[in-house]
Design a protein around this ligand. Structure first.
Ligand SMILES: O=C(O)C(=O)Cc1ccccc1
Length: 319
């Protein structure tokens, strides 16, 4: 998705060469004079946008192999009301190909059969510890268990942060799972390429903006049919047991012929075993059937919030 605007300040999960950086570069091309600023973690992206230190933020949302980024969902749930103005306004898909990066072993022991080597033939016996973003481990399970089993794993805030840590390790005994771009930027050797389990591995990133109003977007006639728009909303259900409340909430969308495209739930933070649900659907406010469905939803749910609208085919909500 390429944004039309120029000169936006964009916060992304850094440091440079993270997959989020790639999504930010794809969405906010340098030719449009955007300023892309790496921040250390996902909450910092929300803070930067909420406080107007950045006009846009780019955050990882879900991966085709291992599902939702729960930290992002929890920030969207916003149980402490820290990010009341955060709204989604776009999405970007990035093909994620993981590399094992580190320092090549200087020993010439590759021919010894007792030494494990990567699919590329690099000797990995000297690799004692591994660094990466938690999402990356489960995208590379077969490689990790066959080529570097039993190594100590350290979670990092991003894959590029892992590369930075490994580049600073003079012992050469650590390795990071990250992008090929990180190898170049941090001067690391490729110990094994394409180590992700599923070859079509993709991550979807959200573009967020500060938008204090949740009023309907501009008239539909200006910007394509309602089916090219997607919207995200969250809701919780009433406190006391009300059988079928979730089914009733979902039935509202069916009643108005609205296509649900994803659903997630997370603990609401209100009390144990109480959940917040995230529903993504085709359409947007201002479209009669969506307005009717949302009006009816209010009588079924306890708390609800619209979390944004965007063009699912690559555009952006101008509202
Ligand atoms: O850590 C990164 O580079 C990110 O941008 C988050 C992430 C991690 C793993 C797969 C896709 C995105």
């Amino acid at each position: 998705m390429v944004q039309e605007e120029h000169g936006l300040r964009v916060a992304y999960l850094g440091p440079m060469a993270s997959y989020t950086h790639q999504a930010a570069l794809d969405t906010f091309p340098q030719s449009r004079n955007h300023t892309l600023t790496p921040v250390p973690d996902i909450p910092s992206i929300f803070q930067a946008v909420q406080s107007n230190n950045a006009e846009r933020g780019v955050i990882p949302f879900e991966n085709s192999t291992n599902g939702s980024v729960v930290q992002t969902l929890d920030l969207l749930a916003d149980s402490k009301n820290q990010y009341p103005n955060i709204q989604m306004c776009g999405e970007a898909f990035v093909r994620v190909q993981h590399y094992l990066l580190g320092r090549k072993s200087t020993s010439h022991s590759q021919s010894q059969p007792t030494h494990r080597s990567s699919p590329s033939g690099a000797n990995l016996r000297h690799v004692k510890s591994l660094y990466s973003h938690p999402q990356a481990w489960t995208q590379c399970t077969p490689f990790l268990s066959s080529a570097v089993p039993g190594r100590e794993r350290h979670d990092t805030s991003s894959t590029s942060r892992a590369a930075e840590i490994v580049a600073a390790d003079k012992s050469g005994s650590s390795a990071a799972i990250c992008s090929a771009l990180a190898a170049e930027l941090y001067g690391l050797d490729v110990l094994a390429p394409d180590i992700e389990e599923k070859k079509g591995n993709m991550t979807r990133f959200l573009i967020i903006r500060n938008s204090p109003t949740t009023s309907p977007s501009s008239p539909l006639s200006q910007n394509g049919s309602s089916s090219s728009w997607k919207s995200l909303l969250s809701f919780t259900l009433p406190q006391t047991g009300s059988p079928g409340a979730l089914a009733q909430a979902l039935a509202v969308f069916g009643k108005y012929g609205i296509n649900l495209t994803s659903m997630n739930s997370r603990p609401s933070g209100e009390r144990p075993w109480h959940y917040i649900f995230f529903i993504e659907f085709q359409g947007r406010r201002g479209d009669g059937k969506v307005d009717n469905a949302l009006a009816e939803l209010q009588s079924v749910v306890a708390r609800w919030k619209t979390l944004g609208t965007w063009m699912s085919n690559g555009g952006q909500d101008g509202g």
